[in-house]
Design a protein around this ligand. Sequence first.
Ligand code: IPM
Ligand code: MN
Length: 368
Amino acid sequence: MATHKLLLLPGDGIGPEVMAEVEKIVAWFGRAGLASFETERDLVGGAAYDAHGKAISEDAMARAQAADAVLFGAVGGPKWADVPYEARPEAGLLRLRKDLGLFANLRPAICYPALADASALKRELVEGLDLMIVRELTGGVYFGEPKEIVTLENGQKRAVDTQLYTTGEIERIARVAFELAKKRRNKVSSAEKHNVMKSGVLWKQVVTAVHKAEYPEVELEHVLADNCAMQLVRFPKQYDVIVCDNLFGDILSDVAAMLTGSLGMLPSASLGAEDPATGKRKALYEPVHGSAPDIAGRGLANPLAMIGSLAMCLRYSFGLGEAADRLEGAITDVLASGVRTKDLAAPGANAVSTADMGDAIVSALERM
Ligand code: IPM
Ligand code: MN
């Protein structure tokens, strides 16, 4: 059996707590003889800043480059509010995305039947929801230059961020979206703002051209990103795959996450291009939620987004579809049996701890 090299970067806040639950599951898969992993761990974010004075060390970057996949917890917190911009915890995550070339961020939003009542929307709007946001992750306003604050002659300051996309960057993310749609319900909604942004004009043109030349059998619609946000809370089930730029994807995926009942439920995969020599892709898996410093260290965090991220890793990096199905099935079963962390529990109802939720998933895996 091939041994998969996993790098664990728990990070800050609730990151280490939710990662500890993933480690239980990784160990279980090994014991059960279903997969073989070799794990390393390192620091990222504020934890790395405290140890090394930067948000990720060169050593950790080298380990990330060498790993078959990276599992990432969360970064940031008020403790690091005043560190220099270049060393802020988020810079560690952005460097990983950029240096590993992880241009495709897959953010599924699935509403588990047992959680439909935890959504802020009515049950009938979210029950059975299953959509995928494909977010461009290494371009756009996150990385475009210039990115600066300059002082003008009159003493005023001027801040600039640059939204920038090339044809090639749009083509490759569009292909990821169309390929995924073919395995799902065959529909892609491309969100941009061509009514005010040149990058939106190009985005729409390029997605249209890729569709016409390579994927005419997939249904394609264009939607303005603001309208997409509105449609997501009006009638989310109209969507299958949504493809969009880095910033719109950041925002739309938070909206989509909340439809599913809790931000604590949503996993994500960040994938690079396939290496033509090995057929492998660089990959990083992380929950969509942040480090939640307000609840850190108290056993209150929901580890399911982190555990779901491991399931995506099994599926997309290691080709272990059955193991991924089993883990996702365990999540469904545990939720159906009524086990809830605090974020999911009805007001006044009993909630279990982070560790109890991880143990419940391991027991469910054993029963399956
Ligand atoms: C996300 C996060 C990050 C982002 C932050 C932590 C830099 O919000 O992954 O959605 O904005 O991309
Ligand atoms: Mn975000």
